[in-house]
Design a protein around this ligand. Structure first.
Ligand code: RET
Length: 278
């Protein structure tokens, strides 16, 4: 079906009510706003940490900037792609095609960073850390690119969507096996007071990364305005939880770990020293 494959995503197939259209704008706007605001949070958190962990929230700040710019672009594309005809917001306004494909491009940058944060936060040794970051990132990138190719099939008969969805899921499982290896190493290597953290992070990771394949498969339930909005909402929940909340969790973990390893932030060291009390 040539016409259907040209429009790429279901966003270009269905007219939206003004409520649905506004919800779509709002979801994208809140998401990029949150990303940009949290750049500041992550940069400031890094100052409280032992030097070896400072890069963990800095990497979250980079992910926030990258995802924020991507979501801002999705937002302006959303605004440009629909035109009000007096009753409904019609897609393909002035030839503009909305696409979720840019998200997959963005994940190519952010996903390897998110994965590499784990072995750094868990203080794995340098050569082990590099090896594991690499071994997680290879299946992750293959998962994203096969999914990118497949998602263009969501407006056709779903053959392409499903075949590439299955191939992508195989890479996802491979990636999860590598992530699980990092979690096991972290459990062994964790201070006893913090040993629950890597275990809980594993379940959090599965629950939140698992939202993306659901969003990918969703167009098969039908092509309606509600589904378009629900899918953008799912993407946003996934974006906020896998990047922003995940970054907060890892920052809290390395903060506790810094303290347990005897690190005292500079300002506190000054307060408790004879010099500071003068
Ligand atoms: C795809 C295609 C369908 C099958 C699977 C997928 C998994 C995607 C995932 C994406 C994670 C993205 C993140 C982005 C953060 O910036 C590609 C949708 C399994 C897990 C964490």
């Amino acid at each position: 079906d040539v016409a259907a494959s040209m429009v790429g995503n279901i966003e270009n197939l269905v007219p939206l009510t003004s409520g649905q259209y506004t919800m779509g704008s709002l979801i994208l706007m809140v998401s990029y706003g949150a990303c940009f605001a949290f750049i500041i949070y992550f940069v400031l958190s890094s100052f409280q940490l032992a030097p070896r962990y400072r890069v963990v929230p800095v990497m979250s700040a980079i992910v926030m900037a990258s995802a924020g710019l991507n979501l801002m672009r999705e937002f302006s594309l959303w605004e440009a792609s629909f035109a009000f005809d007096g009753a409904m917001f019609q897609p393909l306004a002035e030839g503009n095609v909305f696409t979720n494909a840019f998200r997959y491009g963005n994940w190519t940058i952010t996903v390897p960073i998110l994965l590499t944060q784990l072995p750094i936060a868990f203080a794995l040794s340098r050569p082990d850390l590099h090896k594991r970051a690499f071994r997680m990132s290879i299946p992750a990138v293959l998962m994203i690119w096969t999914g990118l190719y497949g998602q263009f099939g969501e407006t056709g008969d779903f053959t392409r969507l499903n075949i590439w969805g299955v191939i992508s899921t195989i890479f996802f499982v491979w990636m999860l096996i590598e992530v699980r290896g990092v979690i096991s190493a972290a459990v062994k290597n964790s201070p006893p007071q913090l040993v629950a953290w890597p275990k809980n992070i594993w379940w959090y990771f599965l629950a939140t990364w698992g939202i993306y394949p659901i969003a990918y498969a969703l167009p098969q339930l039908g092509q309606t305005g509600d589904l378009v909005v629900v899918r953008q909402l799912l993407y946003s929940i996934a974006d906020i939880t896998t990047k922003l909340v995940y970054g907060i969790i890892l920052s809290r973990y390395v903060l506790r770990r810094s303290a347990l390893e005897g690190y005292v932030p500079a300002a506190e060291a000054l307060e408790t020293s004879p010099l500071g009390s003068q």
